[in-house]
Write a protein that binds this ligand. Structure first.
Ligand SMILES: Nc1ncnc2c1ncn2[C@@H]1O[C@H](COP(=O)(O)OP(=O)(O)OP(=O)(O)O)[C@@H](O)[C@H]1O
Ligand SMILES: [Mg+2]
Length: 573
């Protein structure tokens, strides 16, 4: 006898006088055809489908039944019915999976919980065991109201989350289970950019290191460029990364395009800015054309990365100034020349504006930064913490533009896709609300929009998704969100996420440290994952200081101060 089927369902009236109840025996394992399975795969009936309406469907849950299941040994079944948990519904030979978005008590019958659900996808039923297999996203056939709703067991979850044969990296354990592995599909994730979000201290940097380490293991001949504004990541990638900072970056100034040149050489505002830029354009083109390399180029542009001498540029500016008739203002020329000379003389800018950087090192520079070839170190960490803050954004602009330009100009060559990872992304792609246009924002927005076509992938890490430029987040196919404490940020992430993941999102403020929600291309359905513990030697150097311990220590202060003052005065040299 099919017990599950013998329930009474509410009358069709919109105001049911009595809410739906489950009239089935209290035995946790129902019998009948639906339950003709192994014990471990028994079905746990928890409610009924009430209403099917596109994405916003409703189910009822039996509160008493859920209470009984709370002590179930399978953690997935024990949390049946909770917001963020999953339920399954049979439709013919397939199982539909849905996640619970909201819950409320029925107005009349307090034993019934009304829940809104989002459908996640469907899988086939293995005839003999009743197991779900071949799970896929999306729904082809919806259930009818009155269909039974069942708790999802850990063995179901295992089937659903089992990574298929596509290349993937395992990063943690699927909530609430202890043993089901959560995985990211690397090609799908990198193919459409990803974002890693979370309030400060939730574990973003460590998670980024974890994911990148796994990708590096999977692809030891990969090409990853990471911009590291706080100098945290060198510690994490000592063995498998090429580490750069101001002491060894040696990024030639002449690789800047015209817009980037303007950001560092033009100091004026308003009308003067245009004037100065025009003069710079003219003189820069002349300086570039003095190089022998320019002879082979038909029509040289001011953007072309042709080496030139800074002294040539200042001389040309001087000569142009000399040609002025007395009435014209020479101030723009003086401003430009002054700024260039200042940069040349300041040791803090040596990594970029040193006289040593005049040779044609473009191919070498690109080779070392983009890991071409990787030589077993597929990731380059570019620590920009020592870069003077007024040009950090421009340095990041040059690096990201090189990635993009390389991809464009190497289109006829064997493809070498590059992943560009940017920490504190809100600094570089800020919304209009926060900052004005900049070279770095322009290029990163362009990569977000078009990079995919050229094999450039973007990984954006930020604690302030609401400060990111409009639209950038929705260009990220995969969103990995750790806890976000701020409402505005949550709303932003919600807007960027696909419809079906919304129920999941409600748990974002409740995530523990090191837990995240992943949705989009990189996973088959949205998952909540407790990330693995990363070995200490692979973690970024972002440990919070232990005041209580460090404040017990003393000794060597005079020497510490002497060294600090020396470094301070010589600005790191
Ligand atoms: N998967 C993990 N394994 C081991 N330790 C972790 C893990 N995730 C986070 N931690 C620890 O949590 C602390 C905070 O992590 P982390 O620095 O990555 O946070 P964050 O979100 O990047 O913070 P911030 O916004 O300040 O940069 C660190 O001390 C780190 O060691
Ligand atoms: Mg961090």
């Amino acid at each position: 006898m099919d017990n599950i089927g013998s329930h009474s369902f509410p009358p069709a009236s919109t105001e049911p006088t009595s809410a739906p109840t489950l009239q089935q025996p209290t035995s946790p394992e129902p019998s009948g055809p639906a339950a003709a399975t192994t014990a471990s795969n028994a079905l746990h009936h928890v409610g009924f489908v009430m209403e099917i309406a596109g994405s916003g469907s409703q189910i009822t849950l039996d509160a008493a039944r859920l209470k009984e299941l709370v002590t179930h040994r399978d953690p997935s079944i024990a949390m049946a019915g909770q917001v963020g948990s999953q339920i399954k519904i049979r439709v013919g030979g397939t199982w539909l999976l849905a996640s619970i978005r909201t819950q409320r008590m029925h107005e009349k019958d307090h034993g019934v919980i009304m829940a809104a659900v989002d459908f996640l996808g469907e899988g086939d039923e293995e005839k003999l065991t009743g197991k779900i297999f071949n799970f896929r996203r999306g729904v082809t056939r919806y259930p009818v109201p009155g269909s039974e709703v069942y708790a999802v067991s850990s063995s179901d979850m295992k089937q659903v989350y089992a990574a298929d044969s596509r290349p993937h990296v395992e990063i943690g354990t699927v909530f609430p289970t202890k043993d089901i592995r959560g995985a990211l599909y690397v090609d799908a994730m990198l193919g459409k950019h990803f974002a890693l979000l979370g309030s400060t201290g939730t574990g973003k940097s460590t998670s980024a290191a974890l994911i990148l380490h796994k990708i590096c293991e999977l692809a030891p001949e990969g090409h990853i460029v990471m911009v590291d504004p706080h100098g945290e990541y060198s510690a994490a990638f000592k063995t498998n990364g090429a580490l750069f900072d101001v002491n060894n970056l040696a990024m030639p100034y002449w690789m800047m395009n015209f817009a980037e040149h303007c950001e560092v050489f033009v100091t004026s505002n308003g009308d003067d800015k245009q004037l100065d830029s025009d003069i710079l354009a003219k003189c820069l083109l002349k300086a570039r054309s003095k190089n022998r390399l320019a002879e082979s180029i038909g029509k040289l542009t001011v953007d072309a990365p042709i080496p030139y001498l800074l002294s040539d540029l200042t001389n040309i500016i001087q000569t142009e100034m000399g040609k002025l008739d007395k009435a014209t203002n020479s101030a723009p020329y003086m401003r430009l020349k002054g700024k260039i000379e200042e940069l040349k003389a300041d040791p803090r800018y040596n990594f970029m504006f040193s006289g040593m950087l005049v040779g044609d090192t473009m191919a070498d520079f690109i080779a070392k930064i983009f890991r071409l070839p990787s030589n077993g170190k597929p990731i380059s960490i570019i620590d920009v913490s020592g870069v003077p803050s007024d040009i950090t954004a421009t340095v990041v602009a040059v690096l990201s533009r090189l990635v993009f330009d390389y991809a464009i100009w190497s289109r006829n060559e064997p493809q070498r896709p590059i992943l560009f990872v940017c920490e504190e992304a809100h600094r570089y792609i800020p919304s209009d609300r926060v900052a004005k246009d900049s070279a770095v924002r322009t290029i990163l927005e362009r990569i977000a929009k078009e990079g995919r076509k050229y094999g450039v992938s973007l990984g954006l890490i930020t604690q302030r998704p609401s400060d990111l430029a409009e639209g950038v987040l929705s260009q990220c196919g995969t969103i990995i969100s750790m806890r976000l404490n701020n409402d505005r940020d949550q709303a932003f992430v919600r807007a960027a996420m696909p419809e079906g993941a919304r129920g999941f999102l409600d748990s974002i403020p409740a995530l523990r440290n090191r837990e995240c929600i992943i949705c989009g291309e990189g996973v088959s359905i949205p998952i909540r994952v407790a990330l693995d513990t990363l070995e200490e030697n692979k973690r970024p150097a972002s440990e919070d200081p232990l005041f209580s311990e460090l404040w017990q220590e003393t000794g060597g202060e005079a020497e510490i101060l002497e060294r600090v003052v020396r470094r301070w005065r010589s600005q790191g040299r």
